[in-house]
Write a protein that binds this ligand. Structure first.
Ligand SMILES: Nc1ncnc2c1ncn2[C@@H]1O[C@H](COP(=O)(O)OP(=O)(O)OP(=O)(O)O)[C@@H](O)[C@H]1O
Length: 273
């Protein structure tokens, strides 16, 4: 995207130039979201890179989660929500009616604020997606998917000897890694995380942040966070939202050290939020 030096308080987004980019995985263009008559997002244009972590930051109610939910069409599940504009994943328009949202949500996994394992065993939580999408031809293959997914989520060593126990018998941090394993099990390309650490203690948070850093080798990760420190630690790119507008987007280091819009500067220095 073009590098444009915009003055403070413009409706235009400031895009920092980006060196050494990964290919674009998710391309949003003119995205608007309304809840009934209320407009929550205004003309969002944003290219999100593959194999990296992009953080969405901004004050409460600015539209971060709303935009995140556009990327796997979770807003379809909200009666009053109406989405306009284009979102392409690898050049495929996901808002196209022909796109099956269930298949889309396998390609674009989601991890929520509160860990939400199914009321099933650890094994069945991870096996659930591969079963419904027919990804394993037999028990051995399913076992292998479960093991690999739990390994990728950094949980295998802690649960290998108790796969038949309920998922909700794990600690909060372990449950969040179980949910990540469940998402990974269906071979997603993009993983959306909506404040994935806000219910976790600092040690469990550090473990999830390490995991996010490992996962970026293979996935496009997008994380909504209220923690500036977390955005700085885990993301390579940062998008700052304010009142439903994308204000500024660029490499995380630049957004934090050299924000160009006054609103970004005020937010990251704690003047509002
Ligand atoms: N289901 C909904 N129905 C009606 N309005 C909604 C709904 N979800 C969000 N909104 C409104 O849309 C706007 C954006 O909300 P959103 O949750 O996307 O913001 P956010 O930046 O993620 O906030 P937070 O950081 O507090 O989670 C807010 O004004 C919010 O009240």
């Amino acid at each position: 995207m073009a590098d444009s030096a915009a003055p403070a308080h413009t409706a235009k987004t400031v895009y920092h130039s980006v060196a050494n980019t990964h290919p674009v995985k998710v391309a949003a263009s003119g995205v608007e979201v309304f809840y009934a008559d209320k407009q929550a997002l205004h003309g969002i244009n944003l290219d999100i890179q593959d194999r990296s972590v992009t953080a969405f930051i901004g004050p409460s109610g600015c539209g971060k989660s709303t935009f995140l939910r556009c990327i796997n069409r979770m807003n379809d599940t909200i009666d009053t929500a109406r989405v306009a504009g284009s979102i392409r994943i690898d050049d495929e328009e996901i808002n196209d009616r022909a796109v099956d949202p269930v298949l889309l949500r396998a390609r674009v996994g989601m991890v929520f604020q509160k860990p939400n394992p199914f009321p099933k065993s650890i094994y069945d939580n991870v096996a659930y997606g591969p079963r419904i999408h027919g990804l394993a031809s037999g028990k051995d293959e399913l076992d292998a998917i479960v093991e690999t997914s739990l390994k990728k989520a950094g949980l295998w060593d802690e649960v290998a000897d108790r796969l038949d126990q309920p998922g909700n018998s794990l600690s909060g941090g372990q449950q969040q890694r179980l949910v990540i394993a469940r998402a990974i099990a269906v071979n997603p390309e993009v993983i959306l995380m909506d404040e994935p650490c806000s219910a976790l203690d600092p040690i469990a948070t550090a473990r999830i942040e390490e995991l996010i850093d490992e996962l970026r080798e293979n996935y496009c990760l997008i994380i909504v966070t209220h923690s500036m420190a977390q955005a700085a630690r885990v993301s390579q790119m940062t998008a700052f939202f304010h009142l439903g507008h994308l204000v500024e987007y660029g490499p995380t280091e630049e957004i934090f050290t050299n924000p160009r819009d006054r609103r970004t500067q005020d937010y990251i220095t704690g003047r509002f939020g």
